[in-house]
Design a binder for this molecule. Structure first.
Ligand code: NAI
Length: 337
């Protein structure tokens, strides 16, 4: 039976760490006509905990899981995404794959090829800022022409604490800045031509403290990305498009201000689970709706692939301190949005 006609869509979750649990619980608690029937994790006891909390069963392998469900959420570590996505697609499943789609552009392209071979868009990438109301409103204003021509697109991504382990620039870019690469493409609607990246590193261990990227875009505008760790005060993601007519920016979603003793204080989210709590939910609601109505939403496998290509160029630029061109093949019309 076509998934769109099923009363209840069966979903499996691969990877039951922090994000896998968030997605499994959200689907279970907040999305209608969906059942998370099975979960898999390399750590069986972890899978058991999450399964027990939502009444699912544990699948011992990803192969077993994809044979039992209509749709799969992939929330395993980055390095497992592409293989598991290709596996799920080959079994006819719809897929919501956490970002990044892959750790290399070559692996991401294998996912694109697997989807092209099926001839239907079946995979959404968890580049979820598209579902953040502020980001969506800016993208809509750019598309409507309200801001005029785009001059600058800015994505600022400030993490609260230093990473717990030494973080090479390559990993910070592929794992974390990948969100901002997608934001600049999504907000501006333009493609990346080349990148110029600088980093500030921790002298003791080479761990990256700050990544600053300038992206030259196909419409003549520039993208500016700032990624840092260790703000010490909380988590911030801000986006802004400066146009020739108007400028539009996100405002902090924590909307209360406390005035006391001569000061006005705003609450800053501690980290991404707080900042994007409703966005993660909206992303999954939109994904399940898309399975029912056949109109795919959110970042495509192509977007995931291009984000990986741009990330690789950013890594090369950070290493060489040179501007690096991004060579993006022509997008198959299949991926027009
Ligand atoms: P985590 O480390 O908390 O959880 C990963 C889980 O996967 C662990 O339970 C581990 O046992 C399991 N695992 C390891 N290898 C596996 C394999 N081959 N197959 C199945 N399970 C395996 O990691 P976290 O923070 O939950 O991140 C998961 C994914 O979500 C990552 O790809 C990460 O980049 C992404 N992420 C996305 C965010 C977003 O804003 N969209 C935010 C945070 C993470």
């Amino acid at each position: 039976m076509n998934v769109s006609e099923q009363q209840v869509i069966k979903v499996g979750v691969i990877g039951c760490g922090m994000m896998g649990e968030v997605h499994a619980r959200t689907l279970h608690d907040s999305v209608r006509d969906v059942a998370v029937t099975c979960v898999h994790d390399a750590d069986v006891s972890r899978a058991g905990e999450v399964a027990a909390s939502i009444g699912a069963r544990v699948s011992t392998t990803p192969e077993e899981l994809v044979g039992e469900v209509d749709a799969v959420v992939i929330a395993s570590p980055d390095g497992a995404h592409a293989t598991q996505a290709v596996l799920a697609l080959a079994h006819g499943c719809f897929v919501m794959c956490e970002k990044p789609l892959a750790t290399t552009a070559a692996e991401a392209l294998a996912v694109v090829d697997a989807e092209l071979a099926i001839g239907q868009r079946r995979l959404q990438v968890g580049l979820m800022r598209e579902f953040d109301p502020g980001h969506a409103a800016i993208a809509a204003a750019v598309r409507s022409g309200e801001l005029g021509d785009t001059v600058v697109t800015r994505s600022t991504h400030l993490n609260p604490r230093p990473w717990l382990y030494p973080m090479p620039a390559e990993r910070a870019i592929t794992q974390s800045m990948i969100h901002d690469i997608h934001s600049v493409r999504f907000l501006s609607g333009a493609e990346v031509l080349d990148v110029d990246v600088d980093t500030v590193v921790e002298p003791a261990n080479g761990s990256v403290r700050y990544v600053s990227a300038r992206l030259r875009m196909s419409d003549g505008s520039i993208g500016i990305i700032d990624l840092s760790v260790g703000t010490g005060y909380g988590y911030r993601v801000d986006a802004e498009v400066v146009g020739t007519i108007a400028t539009m920016a996100t405002t902090d979603p924590a909307s209360t201000t406390l005035w006391r003793e001569g000061r006005a204080e705003q609450v800053v989210p501690d980290n991404w689970p707080e900042r994007f709590a409703t966005t993660y939910r909206d992303e999954l609601v939109a994904w399940i709706d898309s399975l029912r109505n056949g109109v795919s939403v959110g970042a495509t496998a192509w977007d995931g692939y291009v984000a990986n290509l741009v990330a690789e160029a950013c890594v090369a630029s950070a290493e060489t301190r040179l501007r690096v061109e991004v060579s993006i093949p022509e997008r198959p019309s299949f991926y027009d949005r």
